[in-house]
Write a protein that binds this ligand. Structure first.
Ligand code: FAD
Length: 287
């Protein structure tokens, strides 16, 4: 079991890992290569670089710095975090790990799918959490909107409550090497979600209509907001709410960097990563 698992290998995640590891604790960083940093062509305002550096280079340097300090950094996608009695289980596309604490350092959350009706029917047939709300749709017609491993993971959970689960990719392709065989999927672009009291149909651009009882949105990679909704972590303006130790309202779950909102800058991500790392070390060592 790890002392801490960090989700995200950007400036916040790597900084936290360095402080946890230097406290002689067992830490694992799991992250993908999509980061805000890779979009930053030139960085000139971060301390210590006499010449501009590209975001991509800084990202790679951070990962290498951690590896040089014998910190394990895995390239993988986290699809679920589960609290199990006295530990967290972190599920990825390829494996699962146990940990005493978890840090969300997943960067700024993307917006939900921009589909007409999606916001209007939130909580009335549109959900973001299969494990929380799946039960309400047992033996019903369920749609999952998304086209990545996260959507497949949510569909798999929903298959436990209903055989009638369809993935709507909204005009995109499913991954070729997907982790489970999905038999029902619709690849057309979605025009809107419609209904009266609650969502009752998905309408495609070509006017094809699909009757549904419940829709689960699982776009792209699971974000801090998706994890928060599953675990009951408090949000504020769609950012993770943390206390002065970077801990969320769920003991043992911390957050740092862009996902907590405020200033979206590397220096702030490094600061919060550092602070979370020290807080996690203090908690685990009972200081
Ligand atoms: C175009 C652009 C230009 C910028 N220019 C500057 C600048 O000049 N100076 C400056 O200070 N800041 C700049 N920024 C902001 C800076 O990039 C961010 O503030 C910083 O990268 C935030 O660090 P972070 O660690 O919080 O998140 P990120 O760097 O976004 O890292 C998030 C990590 O989490 C991973 N992740 C997310 N979800 C999952 C999941 N489910 N499973 C596994 N891994 C996951 C991602 O793959 C990534 O590894 C810029 C941002 C952009 C978009």
């Amino acid at each position: 079991m790890y002392d801490s698992i960090i989700i995200g290998k950007g400036p916040a995640g790597i900084s936290s890992a360095i402080y946890i590891s230097r406290s002689n604790l067992k830490v694992l960083v799991i992250g993908k290569n999509e980061t805000a940093l890779n979009k930053a062509h030139v960085i000139e305002n971060y301390y210590g670089f006499e010449k501009p550096i590209t975001g991509e280079e800084l990202f790679e340097k951070g990962i290498q710095q951690a590896k040089n300090q014998n910190i394990k950094v895995k390239n993988d996608e986290v699809i679920d975090i589960i609290w199990d009695n006295d530990k967290f289980i972190v599920k990825t596309v390829n494996s699962e790990y146990e940990s005493k604490t978890v840090l969300l350092a997943t960067g700024k959350s993307r917006n939900s799918a921009k589909i007409e009706g999606i916001k209007e029917f939130e909580g009335r047939g549109v959900s973001y959490c299969a494990i929380c709300d799946g039960f309400f749709y047992r033996n019903k017609k369920i749609a999952v909107i998304g086209n990545g491993e996260y959507a497949i993971h949510e569909a798999k959970i929903l298959k436990n409550v209903s055989e009638d689960v369809t993935i709507f990719t909204n005009g995109r392709e499913l991954p070729q090497n997907r982790s489970i065989e999905i038999t029902n999927f619709v690849e057309g672009k979605i025009d809107s979600i419609r209904g009266k009291e609650k969502a009752s149909k998905i309408v495609l651009n070509d006017n094809t209509e699909y009757e549904i009882d419940g829709i689960f949105v699982a776009e792209g990679t699971a974000s801090s907001i998706d994890f928060a909704k599953k675990l009951g972590i408090f949000l504020e303006n769609n950012n993770i709410k943390v206390d002065e130790n970077m801990q969320t309202n769920i003991p043992g779950i911390y957050a740092a960097g862009d996902c907590t909102g405020g200033l979206l800058q590397i220096s702030k991500a490094v600061y919060e990563g550092t602070k979370s790392g020290l807080s996690i070390a203090k908690k685990l060592k009972n200081i």
